[in-house]
Design a protein around this ligand. Sequence first.
Ligand code: FES
Length: 205
Amino acid sequence: MQSVSDFCDDTARRKLLVATTSAGALAGAATLVPFVGSLAPSEKARALGAPVEADISTLQPGTMTTVAWRGMPVFLVNRTQSMMASVVRANSMVADPSSEHSFSMRMPAYCSAQYRSRASHPNLLVVVGVCTHLGCTPTPRFIPGAQPNLPDDWPGGFLCPCHGSTYDLAGRVFKDKPAPRNLDVPRFEFISSTVVIGRDEKGEA
Ligand code: FES
């Protein structure tokens, strides 16, 4: 089991990697462009990091849609009652049922309950569709039960096609898989029937 200090080390390494990459990119830009009038981000750069909105009024129970945010797919799943029940069934099968360890972003506190969703819309799952192993996109495998590449007691969830990591219908990784962490949950909020990804009451992510 990973200790708190190990986790801090991991977080520090991730931050160092991002900082090193960003510094390298800036150094390269300075070499190629000797005169830069302003370091203010362009409109395009701002737009790439901006929150995105998705209308979920037509998202049928048992289905999902995907939106792009910051170059990543974000899954929105309208879970049925039986899908919610499968999350409870999976509690003993997943590696980190309470999502104590985040991956690349801190999980919003309002998603810390077992369904990893907001209390106002407990059925709606919002997770970043990037496998925490090596970054492939997991595919939905919502139908429970025995089927190819999945165990006989499969409760429904997602299967990563690259190395077989599996996640439940709350985006929690199953035990003994290559992926080390649950899928990230971004900040999000609802405005009527629209979900805004990348922003909540505390501001933008
Ligand atoms: S990238 Fe998903 S299991 Fe390896």
